[in-house]
Design a protein around this ligand. Structure first.
Ligand SMILES: [Zn+2]
Length: 390
């Protein structure tokens, strides 16, 4: 939701980005300004000072640039109002808001995504911003006729109306991460009852928009203007295209993850494991594993209880001539809490368990405590990659 150029609000992932300066709180929500924002304010001010001087008679150069700065800040105030509209609606629906960020491409409201969430609520939150911008454009258009044409207040009101109309129109484009794309996502979600498909659709429309914007940006860059070509606008559009592409790709990845993760089956992915005594030489353990068609080694104590998982990587790293002289326990990782997975977890719970305790191998046990097998992290990653995820 957002921006002068428009932008995307609510970065999909809790990306902390480049940090920023907290300038205050509105409705309890921190307002953060990224350092690059100040650079853009200067560039916009420099870019519009001459336009103001040309359109308002009798204005000195200094006064024109001071007015340009005031105008740019006024536009950012309207971006902030656009973001606050998202925030107010989200909060009234009981959703959590992390912060509002003013970035060089506009603004972004970081609203905590609910899981699974609700399409109607997301739709209302997404539409609140553009509605606010339409309203502000209407205010500008309504007050402009009250001023003498070609005076500063008249120019401000006209510019305010146009920019807010542009922000509303741009953000209503139906590709993720723009507001219109989020609205499209919730509509498709509602109609198909398939959030993954809706994410996929809005993500691809977003990628299409990014390409169109990049092409337009390249075109704008080559249009001759009075002072050469319009490089700044072109670069701005290219950055915006890149930003939209990245976020659209993110949501497409999410949609694939949403399809694949629920299907992660720990029993199907687990490797058959051979139980061995702690003092068994690695060479003999590997020979027995091959004979038993087992692809993992688990060290058990004299009662048969699993006490360690032998690292496949450590076995591979041990030269064959050394393997008869190294015991399996030397290459085993002791079984700690996080390395023990029950064979009845699956999907999100499985992924969360693996992410919470990074390791190369996990011991998989039946609910009864009996050894089921060994889950290699590489196999989980391979299953995700098979779905086109990295
Ligand atoms: Zn918005």
């Amino acid at each position: 939701m957002s921006d002068p150029g428009a932008q995307a609000d609510r970065p999909p992932a809790p990306r902390r980005g480049w940090g920023g300066l907290q300038v205050g709180r509105v409705l309890g929500v921190p307002i953060v300004v990224q350092p690059l924002w100040f650079v853009v304010v200067v560039l916009f001010t420099a870019g519009s000072g001459q336009t103001i001087k040309d359109n308002v008679a009798g204005l000195s150069t200094n006064a024109a640039y001071a007015a340009a700065l005031a105008f740019v800040l006024l536009l950012y105030a309207s971006v902030l109002l656009h973001e606050l509209s998202h925030v107010v609606v989200a909060r009234s629906l009981g959703m959590q808001v992390r912060r509002i960020v003013l970035q060089f491409l506009g603004g972004a409201s970081e609203i905590v995504e609910e899981d699974p969430g609700h399409p109607a609520r997301d739709f209302m939150v997404a539409m609140a911003g553009p509605l606010c911008s339409v309203f502000l454009a209407g205010v500008g258009a309504a007050v402009a006729p009250a001023f003498e044409p070609h005076t500063l207040p008249w120019l401000f009101a006209q510019g305010f109306a146009w920019v807010n109309a542009l922000v509303a129109a741009f953000n209503l484009l139906p590709g993720f991460p723009l507001d219109g794309g989020r609205a499209l996502l919730s509509v498709v979600w509602r109609l198909t009852e398939d959030k993954n498909r809706a994410q996929f659709v809005s993500g691809w429309v977003g990628r299409g928009l990014a390409i169109a914007l990049a092409v337009y940006g390249a075109y704008v860059q080559n249009i001759p203007t009075g002072h050469g070509s319009d490089h700044l606008s072109g670069i701005y559009l290219l950055l915006l295209a890149f930003f939209i592409w990245a976020n659209a790709s993110w949501v497409i990845g999410r949609s694939k993850l949403g399809v694949v993760v629920p299907r992660l089956d720990i029993r199907a992915m687990s490797r058959r494991a051979l139980s061995v005594a702690a003092d068994l030489p690695v060479a003999e353990a590997v020979r027995r594993a091959h004979a038993a068609a087992a692809r993992a080694l688990v060290v058990v104590d004299s009662y048969g209880r699993p006490v360690g998982v032998v690292s496949e990587a450590a076995v591979m790293a041990t030269p064959p001539q050394r393997q008869p002289w190294v015991s399996v326990s030397e290459l085993a990782r002791p079984v700690a809490d996080g390395l023990l997975l029950r064979s009845d977890i699956s999907g999100d719970a499985l992924l969360a368990a693996v992410q919470a305790h990074p390791a190369t191998e996990y011991l998989v046990v039946e609910p009864s405590g009996a050894l089921f097998g060994v889950l290699a992290r590489a196999d989980v990653i391979a299953a995700l990659q098979a779905a086109g995820l990295r």
